[in-house]
Design a binder for this molecule. Structure first.
Ligand code: PEP
Ligand code: MN
Length: 296
């Protein structure tokens, strides 16, 4: 482990025992997104479409996820696609749609910023900036995003070590921005494509919590790539101590082949509601997931 000497490790600004640690050996920094606390004792649930495809689609899903109990809306206006021929997102129009969905539902929004040149634009609309897996080590983007002062959702690259991930978070922290929420979204493994898209690295959740006071979420959608596997991965993430979930959702009656991005891994609002009921205090899994005294 690289960060054994407080104050001198490669990610000293976010390290337990480091100069900015006010949180004790097990405490978590609570990151506020608007008025929503992330990192408190109750898991937060962020939900919404993979991509903003239209006003109607996004607003409908926003209302549905709010009714299911979600705390925040997700949706990409700028999409990082493997092929340049695939849908790249609606850009500014997508951001305007997200702002309208926020206006109608009251849910804060998190959306990805792909490009240093778009940081100011995305920051005008978003309550939280997402740095996607592919850009986890895009250092100038981390710096610019950090400088906005907005909370940042930093996804782990599918082949990043824990040290590389925390080093990336440190780039944001050294800009004076400690409002960072980490997100495990599945890693590449030998099972790739046999029954899943990625492998949810459940054990990195407690490993992260041992090294940093920053909150950590789990994304069961990209970690599985299969809507039927999402509920189990979501519960596993919470059981491992994640501070919440980010989940892709389609409307109840949408054919999963029709979204332009990630339809097969998107769950319905009715399934989201069951997951939320399970992971919230008093839910079926709550006591099993949070043994007494486990803290934040
Ligand atoms: C997403 O959240 O839509 C996304 C592209 O995720 P990731 O960066 O984890 O692939
Ligand atoms: Mn997606």
């Amino acid at each position: 482990m690289s960060c054994r000497v407080p104050g001198s490790g490669p990610y000293r600004a976010i390290a337990r025992g480091g100069p900015q640690d006010e949180y004790g050996p097990e405490g978590t920094r609570v990151v506020h997104v608007g008025s929503l606390p992330v990192g408190g004792p109750e898991p937060v649930v962020i939900a919404g479409p993979c991509a903003v495809e239209s006003r109607e689609q996004t607003v409908e899903i926003a209302h549905a996820v709010r009714a299911a109990g979600a705390d925040m809306l997700r949706g990409g206006a700028f999409k990082p696609r493997t092929s340049p021929h695939d849908f790249q997102g609606l850009g500014r129009e997508g951001l305007e749609i997200l702002a309208e969905a926020r206006e109608q539902t009251g849910l804060p929004i998190v959306t990805e910023v792909l490009d240093v040149r778009d940081v100011a634009l995305v920051a005008e609309y978003a309550d939280m900036l997402q740095i996607g897996a592919r850009n986890m080590q895009h250092f100038p983007l981390l710096t610019e995003a950090g400088r906005t002062g907005l909370p940042i959702l930093l996804k782990r690259h599918w082949a990043a070590t824990l040290d590389e991930w925390l080093g990336a978070a440190e780039y944001i922290a050294v800009e004076g921005n400690l409002d960072i929420v980490l997100c495990e979204r599945g890693i590449r493994s030998f099972t790739q494509g046999t029954y899943n898209r990625s492998t949810l690295d459940v054990n990195i959740v407690p490993a992260v919590k041992r090294l940093t006071f920053l909150p950590v979420l789990v994304d069961p959608s990209h970690a599985t790539g299969d809507d039927e596997l999402v509920p189990s991965a979501a519960l596993a993430g919470c059981a491992a101590g994640a501070h919440g979930l980010i989940i892709e959702v389609i409307a109840e009656d949408t054919d999963p082949t029709t979204p332009l991005c990630d339809g097969y891994q998107s769950i319905r609002p009715s399934v989201l509601e069951r997951i939320i009921d399970d992971v919230r205090p008093g839910g079926a899994s709550w006591h099993a997931l949070r043994p007494s005294g486990s803290g934040g």
